[in-house]
Design a protein around this ligand. Sequence first.
Ligand code: GLU
Length: 290
Amino acid sequence: MNLATPYVGRFAPSPSGPLHLGSLLTALTSYLDAKAHAGIWLVRMEDIDPPRQLPNADRMIIDTLTAHGLIPDGPILYQSTRQKHYLDSIKHLLAHNNAYRCICTRAQIKAAGGTYPGTCSTAKLTTSPSAIRYRNPKNIEQFNDRFMGLVTSTAHEDMTIQRKDGLFAYNLAVVLDDIAQGITHIVRGIDLLPTTIAQMNLWQHFSSDFPSYAHTPLLVNPSGQKLSKQNHATAINNENALNNVLYCLTLLGMNISNNARKQGLAYVLQEAITHWRQGILFPSHEIIVT
Ligand code: GLU
């Protein structure tokens, strides 16, 4: 592990509900990775999709992180404060023909096989409102994921960067903000692995300094279902913070000493950072929790 490399990491939850075990594990792994590299760990609230957000979920997420000792090294950036920047970037992309308007419906894309075939890419539409798509240069077809190894994808499409309803797309906001915040290391859930190459193709338009990516396994129940807000994974109880962290560390294959357990959360996290420095190897894409 190279401790001389500057490291800025982040955890970027969407406030669509309180944290559950899977998202706590993601927060913890990104935190441990940052601290093991003597890096900076930031939290960014990805609140750009109001229809999918719950009132106060941001507060609940922050309270849970705090209760579990996961304290960011800087102010929390709310994506809702960044709308002007997203809009300016889209205008710039459109003006330089790096993006275009698209009026295709979901049904049409589904009928075309599910991957957007670029139907509107040469139409020079001016229709408004309409979705806006990034003209994917397809320069990047693979990357080395620190946890998962070589990832390759040739399933390129021109992804939506602004939806027809005017909302900015996650894929645009995440890239612009990671660049703006100087993020060097992205540690996040493996459910985002399939969009990573598309994000990198957008990233390279704005910056040639790519981050390192590492995707953590998904937590699934014994019948193979992903633990997520959507399937009502139970919210984390902050009263049990120490046990929750210990449980997550067990899932990561770490044995925390009785001594650290007795001394409390700060000691447990410190010991976990030491373990992490010695190397972490994820056996598979999924961890089954019972
Ligand atoms: N906001 C995204 C989510 O909660 C994560 C974004 C990211 O880590 O790139 O799924």
